[in-house]
Ligand binder design. Structure first.
Ligand code: PXL
Length: 276
């Protein structure tokens, strides 16, 4: 295996099975050294807990980056997720350009919304800043809500291939190179991902689980990044990430009331198998 290390930039939600507490174990399980730049520290995630704490780490970022530059540190992939502030997005773009090498893929999960609404604490100014970050993405991984916010298209729960095609075309005009659009369902009982790579588009469909879980976007993006860095094509990485996410949702459904996240831990072994 090549000696590769990646950088992921997203928050630490101390409790909640999302962002860094998901990305670190999943990407590490893929056999890839995972370095982190925490964007914020929260007591829990913002999706259903009341009164969470939020420590914004925006102003720590420039000094961290200066130190890495002094040490000559660079990364083989950079993956951004939930970011803490609009100003932070500008810092993140500077960090990306200073620590990437030639050929380092940049994966952007514009983690800011789901089910038609922005997460607590975000506004349209944040969305506009996220559009600028998207221009730096080799792979952009939005769900339909995020794609509609980024493109200005109406959010729909029922749609056809023409709507999805237009979403992707408009996402590409932001300047990203490739798009993996998640949670695309054309028929009851199935869902999937549309992978648009190098101008070509393919759909990977799988069973839709009756339950849904918080944090599956982070599970998906982390498994995608791990598989991509392990040398899989974007389509194969998308497929593996989708199959693994389904396993996590199934595992969660075995429990009565695990509402705040998905049980990704017991099925990490399956992800490792999928990479073989
Ligand atoms: O899973 C995305 C996510 C990450 N981080 C925080 C969140 C959320 C979604 O709600 O609140 C803090």
């Amino acid at each position: 295996m090549k000696d590769q290390k990646i950088l992921t930039i997203q928050d630490i939600s101390c409790v909640g099975q999302c962002s860094l507490t998901v990305a670190l174990p999943i990407i590490s399980a893929c056999g890839v050294e995972t370095c982190v730049l925490p964007s914020a520290v929260l007591s829990t995630h913002t999706g259903g807990f009341q009164g969470f704490t939020f420590r914004d780490l925006t102003e720590d970022m420039p000094a961290i980056c200066r130190h890495w530059k002094k040490e000559g540190i660079s990364f083989d992939a950079i993956y951004t997720g939930y970011l803490g502030s609009t100003k932070q997005i500008d810092y993140v773009m500077e960090i990306i350009s200073s620590v990437k090498k030639e050929g380092t893929p940049v994966i952007v999960d514009p983690a800011m919304a789901d089910n038609g609404v922005l997460y607590t604490g975000f506004d349209m100014e944040f969305v506009d800043a996220m559009k600028r970050l998207c221009a730096n993405a080799d792979y952009l991984l939005p769900n339909v809500t995020e794609a509609s916010l980024l493109t200005g298209m109406p959010y729909r729960t029922e749609y056809d291939e023409a709507y999805v095609k237009e979403l992707i075309e408009k996402l590409l005009t932001l300047g990203c190179k490739n798009v993996v659009l998640t949670g695309i369902s054309y028929a009851e009982g199935t869902t999937g991902v549309v992978v648009c790579e190098n101008g070509g588009s393919r759909y990977y469909r799988h069973d839709k689980q009756p339950n849904s879980c918080h944090g599956t976007g982070d599970i998906y993006a982390s498994a995608f990044v791990g598989a991509l860095v392990r040398g899989k094509s974007a389509y194969d990485a998308s497929r593996i990430a989708a199959d693994y996410t389904v396993e996590c949702i199934r595992e969660t459904a075995k429990l009565d009331n695990h509402w705040y996240g998905a049980k990704f831990e017991p099925v990490l072994g399956k992800l490792i198998e999928m990479l073989k």
